[in-house]
Structures are given as C-alpha cells and as structure tokens.
Design a protein around this ligand. Structure first.
Ligand code: FES
Length: 100
C-alpha cells in the first residue's frame, strides 16, 4: 500500500482496493485508522470530508463518525461505518486488513 509519510498528520486519503473504497486516516496523535470511505447515510466520500481529532465529518450532510470505532456521532447518521485493522510494517508501509 502506501507509506506512513505519504499521509500527513490530520489528513485522510482514499484508496480503492478491489471492490473496496477505503478511507485511511492519519490522526494528529500519529495513529492510523481505516474505515469504509462511503458514508452510511448516502453516497458521499468521507475522504472529501473534514477530519478533526478522531472525528470525520461527512461533506454532504455533516454527519460525523468516530474513525477509531466507526460509531455514528450525530444526525443524520444512524448506522456505523465498517472499520478495518491497520498495521505498519518494518519499512513503514501501511497495510489494511480487508475481508476476503
Ligand atoms: S451522506 Fe453523509 S451525512 Fe448524508
């Protein structure tokens, strides 16, 4: 995948892997998290939204999710995001564990 240095802290990047559209977040505290990139409310890419702390705000209707847990934090979101484990290899490559 990509290297840790490719995503600045406080940023989110989109990746398409097979049929999966993934949002990969680099939080201000240095941790990385991954979720589905498509909002659970309607068709919007969370990677186009606004990341503050561990909260991503959807660019379409302003719904918010905790990227660490996928939990929906405010209306109009009623359904959590799917989250995926992220690991960093010895050479600083980011790997996301997707369902087979
Ligand atoms: S599409 Fe994300 S909150 Fe509506």
């Amino acid at each position: 995948m990509t290297k840790t240095a490719d995503i600045p802290e406080g940023e989110v990047e989109a990746f398409e892997i097979g049929d999966c559209n993934i949002a990969l977040y680099h939080l201000d505290d240095g941790d990385f998290f991954a979720t589905d990139n498509i909002c659970t409310h309607a068709l919007a890419y969370l990677s186009d939204g606004f990341l503050e702390g561990s909260t991503i705000e959807c660019p379409l209707h302003g719904g918010c999710f905790d990227v660490k847990t996928g939990e929906g934090l405010c209306a109009p979101v009623t359904e959590a995001l799917v989250t995926y484990p992220v690991r960093i290899t010895d050479d600083e490559t980011l790997e996301v564990a997707l369902p087979i």
